[in-house]
Ligand binder design. Structure first.
Ligand SMILES: [Mg+2]
Length: 231
């Protein structure tokens, strides 16, 4: 089933980055495999023990700003997390059809903002590989807002940082909890992305309009602008 949005009634486009524009496999691999392996090398124990310990440590700050803060993790784990992200950058890739959507918004002249939990240091690593800057009028990181997107306060503060009429705003994210917070804040048009990772089958949401890839909600358009890479 194709989902259609009334674009003429939508003034602002807000997009999540990881799992919507970029492959969430990078983040899953980085935190669940790469970092535990580095930690184990330094601290000993078995790979399974390291993984279990770190996953439990992550869980404690789930859905908070600390989770997104690379400096926090560098300190907690005594590892240079930004440097490790650079090392694993081969897995930073675009999701299929992400550019189709961005091009369609450009053709319709919609202001597009990246609204992400990603820390500025994560953004720097990711944009160094895939430069998404030219596509956005504004990039807002949770660090700038002071709250994570899962938290209701995020959406209140966002209205000051990025003035918008919630009822005429479109927002796509791959996390139901985040979409729920946006819904409570009155964001009018919500889209769940089910195909966040290239290595996992799509997980459709029963709560929100849900598609495998962002590009599915726009007509196929030609791609006049290629993404540039700093590689
Ligand atoms: Mg995401």
């Amino acid at each position: 089933m194709t989902i259609h949005f009334p674009w003429q009634e939508i003034d602002h486009i807000f997009l999540d980055m990881d799992g919507v524009l970029l492959d969430k496999y990078f983040d899953d691999y980085f935190w669940e495999e790469f970092v535990p392996a580095q930690w184990q090398q330094k601290n000993g124990g078995t790979p399974e023990q390291a993984r279990a310990k770190l996953l439990a440590t992550y869980k404690k700050v789930e859905n908070t700003l600390a989770w997104c803060n690379l400096d926090y993790w560098s300190e907690q784990l005594r590892l240079d997390i930004p440097a490790l992200k650079c090392e694993a950058r081969e897995f930073i890739n675009l999701r299929p059809k992400a550019l189709n959507f961005l091009n369609a918004m450009r053709e319709m002249d919609k202001p597009v903002s990246l609204v992400t939990n990603a820390h500025p240091k994560t953004l720097a690593v990711k944009m160094g590989k895939i430069n998404l800057h030219p596509w956005f009028d504004r990039i807002v990181s949770a660090e700038e807002v002071g709250w994570a997107k899962e938290q209701p306060q995020f959406w209140k503060v966002l209205r000051d940082i990025l003035p918008h009429r919630p009822e005429r705003t479109f927002f796509a994210d791959d996390t139901e909890k985040v979409l729920h917070a946006a819904e409570v804040a009155g964001i009018g048009y919500l889209l769940h992305i089910a195909g966040a990772s290239s290595r996992l089958p799509p997980r459709f949401s029963p709560l929100f309009p849900s598609v495998t890839a962002l590009g599915e909600v726009v007509e196929d358009v030609e791609l006049p602008v290629e993404i540039t890479s700093a590689e």
